[in-house]
Design a protein. Structure first.
Length: 393
């Protein structure tokens, strides 16, 4: 009887996790959380920030953490997804406690989300900064939140982007809280079409071809290194892949359905001060790093381990448990969301037929928004940047 009850409960839980209503509830909570945080960020930005920048940065760190915790609810708590970190003990002691540039490869839909999961496991989620497309800055919730948090919004026009990087790095040089500046030097997600174009470019330029990555864009990285050298102590490189033999395909729709995704990261640390000084030498350093990442990833995809055929040393699996504080934050936001939905339902019923029409319209809009969100994270719907006319950026 107990086995049947357990099986029935498990089936019911799976059905709940696959339910569109559950997915919409998560989305609505994200919107409520995001807009509430945007409201407080705007007030603080125009009142506290001009008077005391460091105090503003401290408060905003926790506001941004709360928003990122909601975004990570789906992988971390809903689908029980995990990231396994392979690195040496000394690196594990330092990560999350110092400013750094974080380099990630971009081969799957949700690499960015697993990068944030890495940040949460190392207690620096509120301090993550990224280089992202300027269009994202106008998106309510997370786009606005990042705009208040010194993210680097780029135009993909080098003359403009160079000045943006220089200006934002001035803020980051003396930030009040530890910060990660995370970037995908490949510029876009890996696809066979983009890989072919990238390798054609490499051959024309006399650059060694890569099997598992696109050729990295170096100009932005060079500018970051030159702007932050002497201010940021470290660069961390995370070569990221997924154990597809034990987990679902790393897509948002899989996680929303409660399917576990298991990522693994081979993490290395470099002293930023040890990097070369000239543009050409820094560019070559990044190319060499990606040749090493290519060997690591190829070993993982062919042998199931980063080190079996790559020639790199075996690093121990580090203990990186989920942090309960993120769950507490999420519970608070879901409770607020439930109350808002309840009050909205009462107001809708009071409006009669008009209220029902408005409710149906709002539900339809939320559903369409959810589908669009799922769609833009699919690999075949990614940016076309890098698929043609490949140029060094």
């Amino acid at each position: 009887m107990s086995a049947l009850t357990s099986s029935s409960s498990s089936s019911m839980l799976k059905a709940v996790k696959r339910s569109t209503f559950s997915h919409l509830y998560i989305l609505i909570t994200l919107i409520i959380c995001g807009l509430t945080i945007n409201f407080f960020q705007a007030i603080l930005f125009y009142t506290i920030r001009p008077l005391n920048m460091r105090f503003y940065q401290h408060i905003n760190y926790y506001l941004l953490y709360s928003l990122h915790a909601i975004i990570l609810f789906t992988p971390q708590w809903w689908s029980n997804s995990d990231i396994r970190i392979f690195t040496d003990d000394e690196t594990m002691k330092k990560i999350g406690k110092e400013d750094c540039i974080l380099i990630l490869n971009h081969t799957h839909d949700l690499d960015w989300m697993l990068g944030w999961l890495l940040a949460d496991r190392t207690a620096i989620l509120g301090g993550v900064k990224c280089m992202v497309k300027r269009a994202i800055a106008s998106v309510p919730t997370f786009g606005w939140a990042w705009g208040f948090s010194d993210y680097l919004f780029l135009d993909r026009n080098w003359e403009n982007d160079k000045s943006i990087i220089q200006k934002q790095c001035l803020y980051l040089q003396n930030y009040a809280t530890p910060s990660w500046l995370a970037l995908f030097p490949e510029g876009t997600r890996f696809s066979e079409e983009k890989h072919k174009a990238s390798m054609e470019f490499a051959q024309k330029q006399g650059i060694p071809v890569l099997k598992r990555h696109l050729i990295p864009r170096t100009r932005g990285f060079v500018q970051l290194v030159q702007s932050l050298k002497g201010h940021y102590p470290a660069i961390y490189d995370a070569t990221l892949s997924y154990d597809l033999s034990k987990s679902a395909t790393p897509q948002l729709v899989s996680m929303l359905d409660g399917e576990q995704v298991i990522a693994e990261a081979y993490l290395r640390r470099y002293e930023l001060i040890d990097l070369p000084d000239t543009d050409k030498e820094i560019s070559e350093w990044l190319h060499q790093l990606f040749r090493e990442k290519d060997a690591l990833l190829d070993s993982y995809l062919t042998c199931g381990s980063f080190t079996d055929s790559s020639g790199f040393p075996v690093k121990p699996l580090q203990d990186s448990p989920r942090r309960p504080v993120s769950l507490i934050s999420v519970i608070i936001w879901f409770s607020l969301s439930a109350y808002c939905i309840y009050r909205a339902a009462l107001a809708t019923l009071a409006q009669g037929v008009l209220g029902v029409v408005l409710a149906v319209g709002a539900f339809a809009a939320a559903y369409i928004g959810l589908q669009k969100l799922i769609n833009i994270t699919r690999k075949d719907k990614g940016s076309s940047y890098g698929s043609a006319n490949c140029k060094e950026k």
